[in-house]
Write a protein that binds this ligand. Structure first.
Ligand code: CP
Ligand code: NVA
Length: 303
């Protein structure tokens, strides 16, 4: 049976093992040890949207594992001219060993996984961004030592891929999770209900004031995700009170850390003072995309 990673729920049974493997392989590689665990394997990377981190971290990660990655921009392959996802999946399965897909729609990633005979990893879609949230939890573990019982607060677009994957990821990791967002942008109920099943405190609120009190981790994301560009002006108005600034950081625990998956838009979702300030770990987080995905690929390719 092949294994896919499309939702955080796909790693609910071994999330901490994957995180620990990422931390271990990061140390080994930095100490000059060989981590070529996927020697001669090939990763196909289909992109329907732009990317800096996902593209470079997957490709470099695969090289470190002794394998190889191929960039497949949607408009460079026949998928962009109407070849079906089904045929694309079947054909790519004959050439490569695993596929990463950054897609417009979650259903399209599921469709690709359904017809591929090799593992499919989501590199983000409209519903979730699982590789990013595995990475973020790995980064939190590096800084905090343990995940269980931490208070995680996310401010901004509660209905986007990061918010949904944070809800599930925090639940799985045993962290309390609060989503602070205007009512119009509250998460899909499905993700809230699934998060609650893990027995953690789940709070969805539109009240910004005091929202970060007692937080161990504060996170945000762009107010205008890829695909939401036509709503940009409305969104900038709707989210204007949700900027993570020094005042909100000051209410959190003194050793709280700040996360952002990047790209960041300064003075919208976060001030540059916070994002580049002493509590921010955003660039470790960006680097960890590579180490977390190395662990994900190794785990998923195990028979
Ligand atoms: N965080 C993230 O997924 O970044 P990219 O869009 O640059 O890949
Ligand atoms: N929510 C953002 C994440 C970017 C990495 C988007 O979908 O554009």
């Amino acid at each position: 049976m092949k294994r896919d990673l499309i939702s955080m729920l796909d790693v609910k049974d071994d999330l901490e093992e994957i995180i620990d493997l990422g931390i271990d392989l990061k140390k080994k590689s930095k100490n000059g040890k060989n981590i070529e665990l996927l020697k001669d394997k090939t990763l196909g990377m289909i992109f329907e949207k732009s990317s800096t981190r996902t593209r470079v971290s997957f490709e470099t990660g695969m090289t470190k594992l002794g394998g190889h990655a191929i960039f497949l921009g949607k408009n460079d392959i026949q998928l962009g001219r109407g070849e079906t996802i089904e045929d694309t999946a079947i054909v790519l399965s004959r050439y490569v060993d695993l596929i990463m897909f950054r897609a417009m729609k979650n259903e399209d990633v599921k469709e690709l996984a359904k017809h591929a005979t090799i593992p499919v990893i989501s590199g983000l879609d409209d519903k979730e961004h699982p590789c990013q949230v595995v990475t973020d939890l790995m980064t939190i573990k590096e800084y905090k030592g343990d995940l269980k019982g931490l208070n995680f607060v996310y401010l901004g677009d509660g209905k986007n891929n990061m918010s949904h994957s944070y809800l599930l990821g925090c639940g799985i990791a045993g962290m309390n999770v609060k989503i602070v967002s205007p009512k119009k942008y509250w998460p899909d109920e499905y993700y809230v209900d699934e998060a609650k099943k893990f027995g953690v405190d789940v709070e969805i609120t539109d009240k910004v004031e005091d929202s970060t009190k007692n937080a161990d981790v504060i996170a945000t994301d762009t107010w205008v995700s890829m695909g939401d560009e036509t709503q940009k002006q409305q969104r900038l108005k709707d989210f204007k009170d949700y900027t993570v600034d020094d005042k909100l950081m000051g209410l959190a625990k003194p050793d709280a850390i700040f996360l952002h998956c990047l790209p960041a838009y300064y003075d919208y979702e976060v001030t540059k003072e916070v994002a580049h300030g002493p509590q921010s770990v955003i660039f470790d987080e960006a680097e960890n995309r590579m180490w977390a995905q190395i662990a994900i690929m190794v785990t998923i390719c195990k028979k």
